[in-house]
Design a protein around this ligand. Structure first.
Ligand code: ADP
Length: 345
């Protein structure tokens, strides 16, 4: 009978409910001694939200005024229910809005910090170059010091170029059709790793960190964009050395796993506290990003790693223990998307 009331949207008055064919639960009505029934719909406009019902144990012929009174009450109840629903929905949306706002504020804070850090990262090597240039202008130093000066100038120049390259690559992978701009070619993961290790060897040696390669297979062929994949290994390796203590050891491992290759960069450095792990791949995110930070950096390295790996349809993850070290693991499909079996199908 409730169903009938709801479906029809009209009041229903039954002096003898037990004999009505619409009654579905005769035994219940009999057990509780129900006899008469009045039902009015709870309506919001044309939509029926439910019903409001009165049952009596004595036989009663409901009067039209009683029906109208119950209908008026149902109208007020429907408004109250609707208001409660709207209130809930508004509160939910407000919560979402507050969360979005909080994220925007956080992003804004990180962006400001990033600008400050990038400026600082540019300024440091440029100041070194300028200082040595002024020194050389004043006179000719001994050949040995001259060599040392030129080495530092070169290293500082490399740092500036590295920064510019990173910025260019971030803007490249953020453009709309980044995937199409990939320059896919046949590569060897071992060669890529070796090149990265060689380019960072001096930095590692200066810090007293040993870098080892562990590639048991002679070749680990894969298809990808050489420049970008080189950046992936370089950034992971650079971080591994940067966040290691003097005397530490970094291992770069390469393995083949069926259709994919796996690259692990393991260090025994400072590690990453669990609360930071989900965010370190976010753009601009740095664990210790304040101006008092101990290490240089701009917070876009791991973001770049994740985006490049994604463009190659791979994944990157990290396992880390504070004080014990971290392992960053990259998985890459051997074949580029255009030649993977699903893409061919
Ligand atoms: P940054 O320029 O600061 O190195 P990244 O995006 O490369 O930026 O890294 C983000 C943050 O992740 C770093 O600020 C650092 O705190 C943390 N991190 C990255 N790699 C390591 C690592 N190997 N060991 C410890 N912390 C790391």
């Amino acid at each position: 009978m409730t169903g009938w009331g709801a479906a029809n949207g009209h009041p229903l008055m039954l002096p003898a409910m037990r004999s009505d064919p619409r009654l579905g639960f005769n035994t219940l009505a009999e057990r509780y001694g129900y006899r008469s029934y009045l039902c009015v719909p709870l309506k919001r406009g044309e939509e029926v939200l439910g019903t409001l019902e009165v049952v009596t144990k004595e036989t009663r012929r409901f009067r039209p005024e009683e029906r109208d009174l119950l209908a008026a009450f149902a109208g007020a109840a429907a408004v109250a229910i609707e208001n409660a629903r709207l209130f809930e929905a508004t509160r939910f949306h407000l919560g979402q809005l507050e969360e979005a706002n909080r994220r925007l504020e956080e992003l804004d804070r990180l962006r400001r910090e990033y600008l400050r850090n990038v400026s600082h990262e540019f300024r440091t090597p440029l100041t070194v170059i300028k200082g040595y240039a002024e020194f050389l202008l004043e006179g000719t130093p001994e050949p040995a010091s001259f060599q040392e000066i030129m080495r530092v100038v070169l290293e500082s120049g490399d740092r500036v170029i590295d920064l510019v390259d990173t910025l260019i690559e971030v803007s490249r992978i953020e453009q709309g059709d980044a995937e199409r701009s990939l320059e896919i070619q046949s590569l060897d993961l071992g060669q890529l790793a070796l090149a990265s290790v060689e380019s960072l060897q001096r930095f590692a040696a200066k810090k007293g960190v040993l870098v080892d390669l562990d590639f048991p297979e002679e070749r680990l062929p894969l298809e990808g964009d050489e420049g970008l994949l080189h950046q992936v290994v370089r950034k992971l390796l650079d971080n591994a050395v940067k966040y290691s203590s003097p005397g530490g050891r970094v291992v770069v491992r390469g393995r083949s796993r069926g259709e994919e290759l796996r690259l692990d960069v393991e260090d025994g450095g400072i590690g990453i506290a669990a609360e930071h792990v989900p965010r370190i791949f976010d753009k601009f995110y740095m664990v210790d990003g304040g101006i008092t930070r101990r290490q240089g950096g701009t917070g876009v390295g791991l973001y770049l790693v994740r985006e490049i790996v994604r463009l190659h349809r791979g994944t990157v993850e990290v396992e880390s223990r504070p004080g014990q070290g971290s392992v960053f693991s990259v998985r890459l499909p051997r074949l580029h998307l255009s030649r993977q079996p699903e893409a061919r199908a």
